[in-house]
Each structure stands twice: as C-alpha cells, then as structure tokens.
Design a protein around this ligand. Structure first.
Ligand SMILES: CC(C)(COP(=O)(O)OP(=O)(O)OC[C@H]1O[C@@H](n2cnc3c(N)ncnc32)[C@H](O)[C@@H]1OP(=O)(O)O)[C@@H](O)C(=O)NCCC(=O)NCCS
Length: 161
C-alpha cells in the first residue's frame, strides 16, 4: 500500500466556493454564514493574506486562511473534512501558514475559537497556543470566543535580563 501525503498549496479563485461551503458547514454552523464565496475570493486575492488548501482526489479536504500584519498574524479560518481529521493535516496547514510569519519576523499569531468547540481549543493548545481570554458574544453576539495566542519569536537574551 502506498501512502501519499497531500500537498499544501495556495488556493486559486476556483476554490472559493468549496472553502466557503466548508466554513459554513464545519466552522460557522448555527451562525449566519459570513465567509460566503465573495469574501473568500477577496481573501484569495489579498496580498496580506494566504489561503492554503489541501486537495484530495475529488475535492478539497482542508484549508486555512491567515492574515499577516506588521506585528501579528491572525488565523481567520482552519478546517479539515471530518473524514480526514486526526491525521495531522490541520497541524500541517497551520505550520505552512505560520512559516511566512516566522520568516517575516512577525511576533505572534492570534486566533479565536468558538467557546462551544473544545476540540478546536485543544487542537490549538497542542499546537503551541495559549489562552489569552474570552470575548463575550464575539460570534454575532450569540457565542463567546476563546482568544488564543502563539508567540513566534523570543526577545534576544540581553533583553530578557
Ligand atoms: C480543528 C481541526 C482543523 C483540526 O484538524 P485535524 O486535521 O484533525 O488536526 P490534527 O490531526 O493535526 O490534530 C488533531 C489534534 O486536535 C485535537 N483534537 C481533535 N479532535 C479532538 C477531540 N474530539 N477531542 C479532543 N481533542 C481533539 C487533539 O489535540 C489532536 O491531537 P492528537 O492527535 O495528539 O490527539 C479539525 O478538527 C476541524 O476542521 N474542526 C472543525 C472546524 C474547526 O473547529 N476549526 C477550528 C476553528 S476555526
């Protein structure tokens, strides 16, 4: 049996509909659908944002969207198709999106996870994020968010003293 490890690559415009549908089904369930195809398309075209995808035989199996600013990067969305979860794909997409932030000297990655989604919070903890507080009603005034942060660089030794 051959084992193929799927490649991670930048999304193209034709991926927008599928990414938006995955956001609706796996991330925004129970909320108004905010990551509609047009919004995903804008993210794909935005120079300060990377939209990463993992392609399966027939369709996308995972994706992530990260926005890069001067000091911080913000992970906007991350999802893996349920059939492909717990095989390390989510962690690989996250690491792929983190790499340009490290190269650019960005100090921290921020993410919000739904407070009603403990598996996602655990996923981020295992990937080096620490909880930084709760934002009440962050999701359309209905669901709280747990804010998590991951430091990417330590200050030089002489500044730590
Ligand atoms: C969060 C998500 C992207 C992780 O993707 P993944 O490919 O399963 O992630 P990995 O295989 O790299 O890592 C799995 C880790 O997640 C955590 N995890 C996943 N499901 C879990 C569960 N039901 N209970 C507890 N921890 C869980 C574990 O820490 C697990 O680590 P382990 O392999 O050491 O046990 C995926 O579960 C998903 O798409 N969830 C729905 C969408 C979502 O919640 N996105 C995040 C908020 S934007």
């Amino acid at each position: 049996m051959s084992l193929t490890i799927p490649e991670i690559e930048l999304a193209v415009a034709a991926d927008a509909e599928r990414i938006a549908a995955m956001s609706r089904d796996y991330i925004e369930s129970g909320l108004l659908w905010s990551w509609v195809p047009a919004r995903v398309l804008r993210a794909i075209g935005d120079r300060s944002t990377n939209v990463a995808v993992v392609r399966g035989h027939r369709s996308l199996v995972g994706f992530g969207i990260m926005h890069y600013a001067d000091e911080c990067a913000h992970l906007a969305l991350l999802a893996v198709h349920p059939v492909h979860r717990n095989r390390g794909l989510g962690s690989r997409v996250l690491a792929w999106l983190e790499k340009p932030a490290r190269v650019a000297g960005i100090a921290r990655i921020d993410v919000e996870a739904r407070a009603d989604n403990p598996p996602a919070i655990e996923f981020y903890r295992r990937n080096g994020f620490e909880e930084a507080g709760v934002v009440a009603g962050y999701y359309q005034g209905r669901i709280d968010a747990v804010r998590l942060q991951k430091p990417l660089v330590s200050p030089p030794n002489d500044l730590q003293r």
